[in-house]
Write a protein that binds this ligand. Structure first.
Ligand SMILES: [Zn+2]
Length: 396
């Protein structure tokens, strides 16, 4: 394949599942255009019908489950559930290392919007940590068990507590690009999780026997059986299918309801102060994405801001150049301390996932770094239609 940046946003075509059309525009940008053609009033009516169908009329059980992390999106999900008269049960899968700001927002989400009951699922920290480290080494993603747990635990509880409706947030394929069928769906189910949940081809059963992990340690990470799902009539939907998703507009709403942003500086690796506030180690997850595919979280955010007409492409390029792909030194120090590994071991794993077709190497094949220790891109200027051979799968 050839290396190319989208003509409208700044996303490179190394992003998995992203396709470009003849005009050199990525399908996430086309999705954003599509969003302007959707009859959102009709979608809202669909949501109202859904709510009526699932509302517990006797008041003997919750109307729905809202999976939450305490972040801005989950605040918005709860806000919308309440706005449409639902009585939600909030379910949170405990994050890796909760920050003080994350704690404040977790406290806020259960008391905001009139208050909600919440279950925080506190997982076995040893099993979780072993899987994080294995995910880091094996597929270059220290948040691997998190991607799984946030999707399995709310569904397991929905089955056990007989609460059929689960209200998820954005449809990430619609917001960030992906196959057309996935962009147009309102349903999050097992198939979606396996295909798009960020599991990178690693299955939960692959973790058995890793550092003594047993099958029974993985119960909470296992999706319920089809039979169980059917019995309760589990229906998981994306709120982003029914209402036009716009993170910045939604942020202003939830801030009025007590959601706190990071006041002192942007979140490491980005130019924003409103996301990934609950866990500093997310910066490592994002950095791994950068070394594999040549774009980091800043590029994602820039692309959203361009598609929502908040900044120009030129402004986006400047932001991406300034913030994207910098080694997250603060998170790195925390990571080394948390996992008790050396910097050499850490760097070795990162380098093993770094795509040398995207970053410059010296004559001996070693990765080049600038004076701050950052990788040097082969195609740094974000011009249109830069073409060169890049192996899309070299990193995985
Ligand atoms: Zn694009």
């Amino acid at each position: 394949m050839t290396f190319q940046y989208c003509n409208k946003c700044v996303m490179p075509n190394t992003k998995p599942d992203l396709s470009f059309d003849k005009e050199g525009v990525c399908d996430a940008c086309r999705s954003a255009e599509l969003k302007d053609t959707i009859d959102w009033n009709a979608r809202q009516k669909e949501f109202e019908e859904l709510v009526e169908k699932f509302r517990n009329k006797e008041g003997s059980n919750y109307d729905c489950i809202v999976p939450v992390s305490g972040g801005k999106d989950s605040h918005y999900q709860v806000y919308m559930a309440k706005k449409y008269g639902l009585n939600p049960l909030l379910v949170c899968f405990e994050t890796n290392k909760l920050t003080p700001l994350g704690r404040k927002n977790m406290d806020n989400i259960k008391s905001a919007f009139g208050g909600s009951d919440m279950i925080v699922f506190e997982r076995n920290p040893h099993v979780y940590k072993k899987m994080c480290f294995e995910g880091f080494k094996r597929v270059g993603d220290d948040f691997w068990p998190n991607h799984l747990g946030i999707f399995t635990v709310p569904v397991r509880l929905a089955v056990k507590l007989k609460i059929p409706l689960i209200i998820w947030g954005e449809n990430s394929q619609l917001e960030y690009g992906g196959p057309k069928a996935a962009r147009m769906t309102n349903v999050l189910n097992r198939r979606w999780l396996e295909e798009f949940g960020g599991l990178l081809g690693n299955r939960v059963e692959d973790m058995v026997n890793i550092n003594g992990i047993r099958k029974e340690d993985l119960i909470s990470y296992t999706y319920p059986s089809d039979e169980e799902l059917k019995k309760v009539g589990i229906t998981g939907v994306f709120l982003g299918y029914y209402f036009k998703w716009d993170a910045r507009r939604q942020l202003e709403i939830v801030k009025r309801h007590g959601f706190k942003v990071k006041e002192d500086s942007p979140v490491e690796g980005t130019y924003v102060n409103y996301e990934n506030l609950d866990d500093n180690l997310v910066a490592i997850h994002d950095y791994l994405k950068y070394v594999k595919f040549g774009f980091g979280r800043t590029t994602d955010l820039v692309c959203l801001d361009i598609r929502n007409n908040r900044i120009s492409r030129a402004e986006g390029v400047e932001l991406a150049k300034k913030y994207d792909g910098k080694v997250p030194n603060k998170a790195k120090r925390e990571f080394l301390e948390f996992y008790g590994i050396s910097e050499e071991e850490f760097n070795g794993v990162i380098d093993s996932f770094t795509n040398k077709a995207i970053f410059l190497i010296d004559e001996n094949g070693n990765l080049l770094r600038d004076q701050d220790g950052n990788l040097v891109k082969r195609y740094p200027d974000y011009g249109f239609g830069i073409k060169s051979s890049v192996s899309k799968v070299a990193a995985s």
